[in-house]
Design a protein around this ligand. Structure first.
Ligand SMILES: [Fe+2]
Length: 674
């Protein structure tokens, strides 16, 4: 034994990759085995393949070339423990049956297998000896083999690591390139081939930094040089990549020195698309924010106009009417992306109805040649006006947001020639006073709305009318912008919705988190109701949006501390309808529009807006109704503190079968209790 041990020790010390076969030969002869082999073992792939063998016949060799470890589960278990598997006679084994079959298939009778494990006790290889005769493997022989495999690990690790890297590299989701100390490419995977648009065979020994755009090249080379000196440098960053077609890509790189070598492993991911989208969203967000600020401003303005109107004891009915006009306008935004003409026409009609003293009007855009193109008119003859091909500069446009001029033809007589003036006199209806607003897309004036008072009228535009039209114009411009962004993509609708919700919470002091809370409670109920995913999703969005209609309820009513008057209450009750109108036209939100509409219906039929009863109310709306009431009771309001859990439970119990679907009320109580 000491003789064999000595031999082995010597061998191990000497061991060099090329000498593996020699080791195996000596082992075979010393231990009376026909065949010996070393396998690479890939834990993460559950497979092994042959690294080197001694005296292996073709068929067995073929088998060892791709060993499926999954089929050798008991064998694997034993080897994972670090224990040798010793089979003296295959007839006598009842364990490792799968392995027994393999051996007998190949006319083998005995075998010994030993794991080679790394420092983390993970199998990295297998040493195997096989014989065609029964073989009584001696304990001392096994000891020798154990010592050998233990030592093999150190000599072999480099090789194993290299192979492991190779496999990881090829299977990696990112493009991998290994470069040497001089920045020359040593190895790549096919993803890098794709990224660089260069064949693998042409990549070896190429200068890696040739694939870096010159604006980043020096920076990357400097980092590489510092890294090889062992200095700490940034190892995860983005740069401009240049492929063989000279196309520039944004790429993220993660760099790591391969331990024990002077090589660097770089993992690259093409982030061009991601970056582009990110930038786009950033720009959109910025523009959207601007729009919302503008919306808020015009909202405030509109509100103060309303307040004035209320102060002057103008009927609330008219107020409701105006709000309804505006929400209709808002919903018309969603109708069609391309139907700008319809939108402009709606604007004109709305403007004329808002400003009661006006008799006629026109809406127009400026075409590329700065001609006025009339889109729609009320009173005036549209076709004949367009035949005149009036230039924009032939009408004076004031710097004011809203301009009011008397006798517009007289006012513009200098910029118009006589023939145009005469034609206009014949075509346009006689006008006493004209109020004009310009429509703007950012700083670009693209059109305008003019409304006129007839020459025969004894009325004229008042301060209130000017303010009303001015806030109306701001809203119109903002909606125009929103409409544009809506075109960009579907998911952007979600952004709009959440921004609108933010806006709503600014506006209504007591809505803070209410939408989210209702959405969350409703989802819990939906879970207990075992609803399908689509309904669950609908429930979530209904919860989020159910009070969005409050956006256009004047905030002095919404946030009023005292008791609401009958009329004010009526205004508030309109919010489900407003929201319904706005959502119903949106492809994305259509499904939930009707759920929102009915979230204030009552089980007993005494709710609004339609007085639906019992199961005629959509299930989603019934769920929202309970969740809405629960969260409202549990949070503070202008006129009261929040209710305690016990008090709120009382209320739910008291009102089930009156206000709430009793089954859903029970589910809520159940959730609250547990
Ligand atoms: Fe509501």
């Amino acid at each position: 034994m000491s003789q064999s041990l000595n031999t082995i020790y010597k061998l191990v010390k000497l061991l060099d990759k090329k000498e593996y076969e020699e080791v195996l030969r000596i082992l075979s002869s010393q231990l009376n085995a026909e065949t010996a082999f070393l396998l690479n073992y890939y834990e993460y792939q559950n497979s092994a393949d042959i690294l080197v063998g001694y005296n292996i016949k073709n068929e067995f060799n073929k088998y060892l070339k791709k060993l499926d470890i999954k089929k050798l589960i008991n064998l694997k278990k034993e080897l994972s423990k670090g224990l040798p598997v010793v089979i003296n006679d295959i007839e006598e084994i009842d364990n490792f049956l799968e392995f027994k079959n393999i051996l007998s298939d190949r006319n083998k009778k005995s075998a010994v297998l030993l794991p080679i494990r790394d420092n983390e006790k993970e199998i990295i290889g297998i040493l195997g000896l096989v014989d065609k005769a029964k073989n009584k493997w001696k304990n001392e022989d096994i000891k020798i083999l154990e010592i050998l495999t233990y030592n093999l690990k150190y000599n072999w690790e480099d090789e194993i690591l290299r192979l492991k890297y190779k496999s990881i590299i090829q299977n990696s989701a990112s493009a991998i390139v290994i470069i040497d100390i001089n920045g020359r490419i040593v190895e790549t995977n096919n993803k890098f081939e794709k990224l660089s648009k260069t064949l693998n065979t042409k990549l070896e020994n190429r200068y890696f930094f040739g694939f870096v755009h010159e604006i980043d090249r020096d920076k990357l080379i400097k980092r590489h040089q510092k890294r090889k000196k062992g200095l700490n440098v940034k190892s995860d960053y983005d740069f401009k990549f240049l492929d063989s077609d000279n196309e520039i890509k944004d790429v993220n790189i993660k760099v790591k020195m391969i331990s024990g070598t002077d090589k660097t492993l770089c993992s690259l991911v093409d982030i061009t698309e991601k970056k582009r989208n990110k930038n786009l969203i950033k720009i959109q967000e910025k523009k959207l924010n601007e729009s919302y600020n503008q919306l808020k401003k015009s909202r405030d303005k509109l509100e103060s106009t309303y307040l004035d109107l209320i102060d002057k004891n103008i009927e609330n009915e008219k107020l409701i009417n105006n709000i309804e006009r505006l929400i209709n306008l808002m919903s018309s935004l969603y109708i069609s992306n391309n139907n700008i003409d319809k939108f402009l026409s709606d604007l004109l009609y709305t403007a004329l109805e808002l400003v009661e003293v006006a008799d006629y009007g026109s809406v127009y855009i400026f075409d590329q040649k700065e001609n006025i193109k009339y889109i729609d008119t009320i009173g005036h003859n549209l076709e004949k006006l367009n035949e005149l091909k009036i230039k924009k500069k032939q009408f004076q446009h004031s710097k004011e947001e809203v301009s009011v001029v008397n006798n517009i033809l007289e006012k513009n007589k200098e910029s118009m020639n006589d023939s145009l003036k005469n034609k206009l006199k014949n075509i346009a209806l006689p006008i006493k006073q004209t109020m004009t607003v310009l429509l703007k897309d950012r700083n670009n004036e693209f059109g305008g709305i003019s409304i006129d008072i007839a020459k025969s009228s004894n009325k004229s535009f008042k301060e209130d009318d000017i303010r009303l039209l001015s806030s109306f114009k701001d809203l119109a411009n903002t909606f125009f912008k929103l409409k544009k962004y809506k075109k960009l993509n579907k998911s952007f609708n979600k952004e709009i919705v959440s921004s609108l919700l933010n806006f709503l919470s600014l506006y209504d002091l007591y809505t803070n988190n209410h939408s989210e809370n209702v959405a969350k409670w409703s989802q819990k109920i939906a879970e207990k109701l075992n609803l399908n995913d689509e309904l669950k999703n609908d429930i979530y969005w209904t919860g989020m949006l159910h009070d969005m209609g409050k956006l256009i309820i004047p905030s002095n009513i919404l946030n009023k501390k005292g008791k609401l008057t009958q009329k004010e209450y009526k205004i508030i009750q309109k919010h489900p309808v407003y929201c319904y109108k706005a959502l119903n036209e949106s492809e994305f939100l259509k499904d939930i529009a009707k759920y929102v509409l009915h979230h204030h219906e009552r089980w007993d039929g005494n709710g609004y807006p339609n007085g639906l009863q019992g199961e005629n109310i959509p299930l989603v709306s019934r769920v929202i109704a309970v969740a809405d009431a629960w969260d409202a009771m549990r949070s503070k309001r202008a006129y009261r503190d929040s209710l305690s859990i016990e008090e709120a439970k009382e209320e739910i119990i008291k009102n089930k079968e009156r206000q709430f679907d009793p089954r859903i009320a029970e589910i809520l109580l159940d959730i609250v209790e547990n």
